[in-house]
Design a protein around this ligand. Structure first.
Ligand SMILES: NC(=O)c1ccc[n+]([C@@H]2O[C@H](COP(=O)([O-])OP(=O)(O)OC[C@H]3O[C@@H](n4cnc5c(N)ncnc54)[C@H](OP(=O)(O)O)[C@@H]3O)[C@@H](O)[C@H]2O)c1
Length: 299
C-alpha cells in the first residue's frame, strides 16, 4: 500500500507548532516574533506569494510587516530598507521576494540581510553553516527544510545505511537538500543534467528527490521498489481535457505509475509546495527564539 504524503496536513502541523512556540515565547520573554516581507515591482505571481506569506505570518501571531516598493526602486533605496530592517530589534526575519525587477542586483541584496534574520536561508553564511553541519545556529532554505520534514517523518532522524539521490543541484534546492540528507547520515548522490545513466543512478535510491523542472521526467522504471519519492518540481502543462487553453500542474515525477512502485510519494500539487511557507514561519520563530536566548522548537 503506497502512502501519499498530504503536504497540506503536514504544513498545518508545522504551523500549529509555530503558533504554540510564538505564544510561549511572547509569554516567557515578552518577545513578539516579527517578519518583514519586501516586494519590489508588480509581478502578479510574486504579489500572490507575498500576500500568502504576510497572511500566514499574522495567523501565526507574528508582527507582520510588508514593504511594497515600485519597480523603479533604486539599488541604494532597497539596500537602505534592508539595513533599517537589519537594525530593527522587533524584526527577526527578513524576506525579499525574488526575482527582483531588472536591473536590481538580487545577490547583493540577499547577502546584505543579516544571516540571523535570513529566514529564506539563502545567504552564503547560512549555506556554509549547513555545509559544515551547523544546524544549531544556521537557517535552512525553506523548500529543502520542508522536504526534509517529510523524510524525517517517513524514516526518522537517522538515515544511516540509506541511499539518497537528489536530481538537481541548484543553490535554492538541490545542494541544501543533499546537505540535509548527508547531515542525517544518508549516502547521497547529486544528479544533474550532465549525469550519465540517470535512470540507473535513481534506481539505487531508497530516497529519491526530484527537483528539475521537467514534467513527469521520473518514470516507474527509474524507481526502486519501496522507495520514498519526493517530488519538488512544479510544471504547468496543457490540459485540453479540461477545456480549450486550460492547464494543470504536474511534478517532475510521473505520479500514477511511480505510485505503483514507491512505498511513499508526494503529490503535485499538495506535496512539497505547502511546506515552503510553513518552513518560512518555522525559520522566523526559530530566529526569534535565538535572539531571545531561548531554545527554538524543532520541526
Ligand atoms: N515551493 C516549491 O515547491 C518549490 C521551490 C523551489 C523549486 N521548486 C521547483 O523545483 C524545480 C527545480 O527548481 P530549481 O530552482 O532547483 O531549478 P533550477 O535552478 O532550474 O535547477 C534545475 C536542476 O535540474 C537539473 N536538470 C535539468 N535538466 C535535467 C535533466 N534532463 N536531467 C537531470 N537533471 C536535469 C539541472 O542541472 P544542471 O545544473 O546541470 O543544469 C539543475 O541542477 C522547479 O520545477 C521549481 O519550480 C518548487
Amino acid at each position: 500500500m503506497t502512502t501519499v504524503i498530504d503536504g497540506k496536513n503536514v504544513a498545518a502541523s508545522v504551523i500549529q507548532t509555530v503558533k504554540s512556540a510564538t505564544a510561549a515565547l511572547e509569554k516567557s520573554s515578552g518577545v513578539t516574533t516579527g517578519l518583514a516581507v519586501v516586494i519590489v515591482g508588480d509581478d502578479p505571481a510574486s504579489h500572490a506569494y507575498v500576500g500568502s506569506k504576510s497572511r500566514m505570518a499574522k495567523e501565526c501571531g507574528f508582527k507582520s510587516v510588508q514593504h511594497t516598493l515600485p519597480a523603479e526602486t533604486k539599488q541604494e533605496e532597497l539596500a537602505a530598507l534592508v539595513a533599517t530592517l537589519n537594525a530593527d530589534p522587533s524584526i527577526h526575519g527578513i524576506l525579499v521576494q525574488l526575482p527582483l525587477p531588472k536591473p536590481l542586483d538580487s545577490e547583493a541584496i540577499i547577502q546584505s540581510i543579516l544571516p540571523e534574520k535570513d529566514v529564506d536561508g539563502l545567504s552564503v553564511v547560512n549555506a556554509g553553516k549547513l555545509a559544515t553541519g551547523d544546524l544549531k545556529t544556521g537557517l535552512v532554505s525553506c523548500t529543502p527544510a520542508g522536504a526534509m520534514v517529510f523524510v524525517r517523518r517517513t524514516h526518522g532522524e537517522d538515515l544511516s545505511g540509506l541511499n539518497a539521490v537528489v536530481i538537481g543541484r541548484s543553490n535554492l534546492f538541490g545542494k541544501p537538500m543533499a546537505q540535509l540528507l548527508l547531515n542525517a547520515n544518508a549516502t547521497v548522490t547529486i544528479a544533474h543534467s550532465r549525469t550519465k545513466n540517470l535512470a540507473e543512478v535513481c534506481r539505487n535510491a531508497d530516497i529519491l528527490v526530484a527537483a528539475v523542472g521537467r514534467p513527469e521526467m521520473v518514470r516507474a522504471d527509474w524507481v526502486k521498489s519501496g522507495a520514498t519519492v519526493i517530488d519538488v518540481g512544479i510544471n504547468r502543462v496543457p490540459a485540453p481535457e479540461r477545456g480549450e487553453g486550460k492547464t494543470r500542474l504536474v511534478g517532475d515525477v510521473a505520479f500514477e505509475e511511480v505510485s505503483a512502485v514507491a512505498s511513499t510519494i508526494t503529490p503535485v500539487p499538495g506535496g512539497v509546495g505547502p511546506m515552503t511557507i510553513a518552513m518560512l514561519m518555522a525559520n522566523t520563530v526559530i530566529a526569534a527564539h535565538r535572539t531571545a536566548g531561548q531554545t527554538p522548537p524543532q520541526f
